[in-house]
Write a protein that binds this ligand. Structure first.
Ligand code: PSU
Ligand code: MN
Length: 332
């Protein structure tokens, strides 16, 4: 009998010959793809998508601009082409210039935080939009980018069973074939419920090099990860199998923050509790809640959470680039 791996590689060859990648049947005139990203995509070179809400709403200026530049160089040093995604003057841009990155960083939260539901309005109003994980995944998949690195993903908010505040990142993972490399959801969220919701959405969730699902600032969440992957090559095979089987859903690869940069769990948890209380007292809800909590946690930890945040972003960019390279080698 044929082994399952050879059946999969046969299926993979079959699909590659008969099916154009999803991006190629989409009207490319709707986007501005930078020449570097466009060349890389057409020659099958590794490309790694990066989001822009982390720049505009996730960190203060100038650390956000410095980090955005550093992430792009880390991606290049590891052999992939970075494609930071944002909507500028109504045009979804895949791959930003230094001037664009700086503009987003300086404008900060004046730029519209753009999740999937906001995309049409930002484009129609010719506005500037910083894309969240959901919107970045959407654009990445439309142009044929399979791997995307970020810091943290959204999730089910604490008390989400009452507020119904469940990030559209989770439903996007359920319906868009992109692998998201993140350090896991922050513990401002309800992590066990987030994992349950991802299961409902049919999302493959894997932890990188560990059995435990990480929780952004800390390597441990107290929850076991549904699967484990140990190398970029293993991640690439997982991403390829998911695409070839046309499951239609995405993959969340959670990379634990490097030990030396992990913040003290207790310190972070106290800051989170305080920030959550303030958010409730001031009635901060909806899409304003995540940026509010991120900023308050950073203030309350005297900047130490920001330093950890930057380090884990860099680590995810490094791992993400290696995965994108392994995937492009697998697909050659
Ligand atoms: N978590 C972080 N940093 C971030 C975000 C989440 O630790 O910058 C951003 C990401 O862009 C994510 C978005 O997609 O917030 C989720 O927002 P919401 O909870 O409103 O869905
Ligand atoms: Mn929300």
């Amino acid at each position: 009998m044929e082994s399952s791996s050879s059946a999969l590689s046969r299926l993979s060859r079959f699909n590659r010959h008969l099916q154009p990648p999803e991006g190629s049947i989409y009207d490319k005139s709707l986007f501005k793809i930078s020449p570097e990203v466009s060349d890389a995509l057409s020659s099958g070179k590794a490309v790694l998508a990066l989001e822009s809400t982390v720049i505009s709403h996730g960190m203060p200026y100038p650390q956000n601009f410095e980090t955005a530049k550093q992430l792009e160089s880390i991606v290049r040093e590891n052999g992939a082409v970075p494609a930071t995604i944002a909507i500028l003057d109504g045009v979804p841009c895949i791959g930003l210039s230094m001037e664009d990155l700086k503009k987003l960083a300086i404008l900060g939260s004046k730029v519209r935080k753009t999740a999937r539901r906001d995309i049409a309005h930002v484009v129609a109003a010719r506005g500037n939009g910083a894309t969240t994980v959901s919107a970045t995944m959407f654009f990445a998949s439309k142009v044929g980018i399979s791997v995307f690195a970020t810091g943290g993903t959204g999730g089910v908010h604490r008390h989400g069973e009452h507020t119904m505040d469940i990030s559209s990142d989770l439903t996007e993972l359920g319906r868009t074939t992109v692998a998201v490399i993140s350090a896991g959801p922050k513990s401002i969220l309800d992590i066990p419920k987030t994992l349950e919701y991802l299961e409902t959405q049919g999302v493959c969730v894997a932890a990188f090099g560990t059995d435990e699902f990480p929780a952004f600032f800390t390597e441990k969440s107290g929850c076991k990860a549904p699967c484990r992957v140990d190398t970029p090559e293993e991640c690439a095979r997982l991403i390829d199998a998911n695409a070839m089987l046309k499951l239609g859903s995405g993959i969340l690869i959670a990379v634990p923050i490097p030990k030396e940069h992990a913040a003290s769990g207790i310190k972070i948890e106290n800051a989170i509790q305080q920030a959550l209380k303030e958010a409730r007292d001031r009635n901060v809800t909806g899409s304003a809640e995540t940026p509010f909590l991120l900023q308050r946690v950073n203030e309350l930890t005297g900047g130490s959470s920001l330093a950890s945040n930057i380090e884990l972003l860099k680590n995810n960019a490094r791992v993400g680039a290696k995965i994108a390279v392994a995937l492009s080698q697998l697909r050659q």
